[in-house]
Design a binder for this molecule. Structure first.
Ligand SMILES: O=C(O)CCC(=O)C(=O)O
Ligand SMILES: [Fe+2]
Length: 214
């Protein structure tokens, strides 16, 4: 599957995604207004996530519903986090968030226009460009595990800016906590054995947050 081909992005934009809602400028200034904005955002995220999982499933040569079902189906939850990175007098000495992978299935993120997100590729930190009216998708650990490593959970970090405040609004798509996730049986064989343990998401999260080996 060509995940970066313009065709599927076009499809998402034309069929689902109203560009006006993506830009960070549409987020409210005050927390009490977040409930409404969040509800509206969620209305668009749910079909977007469905569509993404269909593409991701097809990319593994599986029926399009398989991946989403394996990761919780309609019981998946979406967790919105708001990151706030104030200006930092010594950006050369500090990071916004330390290098990590997201432990969820996928993350959909809207940043403001202050650069800062970086991903590790071939041992180099690469800046993720700010694109107005677009969202950034990270592959998370549960997708790496269920695909038996075919999709890679992306190592990323954020830098801080000397003069400007950076903000980002990631939504983490999470499986139910008691769901056991492991490499999909369809993807493992004698030649291609499971590369990851199967465990429930709650235990996975506990180990990850407490830096206990999985
Ligand atoms: O602020 C960003 O762009 C990324 C934040 C992040 O990686 C996270 O909250 O998990
Ligand atoms: Fe992250």
């Amino acid at each position: 599957m060509k995940i970066d081909s313009p065709t599927w992005v076009d499809v998402l934009y034309q069929n689902i995604w109203p560009p006006h809602i993506v830009n960070y400028n549409n987020w409210p200034q005050n927390p009490p207004e977040y409930r409404k904005a969040n509800d509206e955002y969620c209305k668009y995220l749910v079909p977007l996530v469905d569509r993404l999982f269909e593409y991701l499933s097809t990319g593994l040569d599986l029926e399009k519903n398989v991946l989403k079902e394996a990761l919780g189906g309609e019981n998946m939850t979406m967790l919105l986090k708001i990151n706030y990175y104030p200006p930092c007098p010594r950006p050369d000495l500090a990071l916004g968030v330390a290098p990590h992978t997201d432990m969820c299935t996928v993350t959909l993120l809207v940043p403001n226009d202050v650069p800062g997100l970086q991903i590790l590729k071939d041992d180099h930190w690469i800046d993720v460009k700010y694109n107005p009216n677009s969202i950034i998708m990270n592959i998370g650990d549960q997708l790496e595990i269920s695909s038996n490593g075919k999709y890679k959970s992306v190592l990323h970090r954020t830098t801080v800016n000397k003069d400007r405040t950076r903000m980002s609004w990631p939504v983490f798509c999470e499986p139910p906590e008691d769901l056991v996730i492991g490499p999909l049986p369809q993807l493992i064989s004698v030649e291609n054995p499971a590369k990851f343990k199967s465990k429930n998401y709650k235990d996975y999260a506990y180990c990850k947050l407490n830096k206990i080996p999985q």
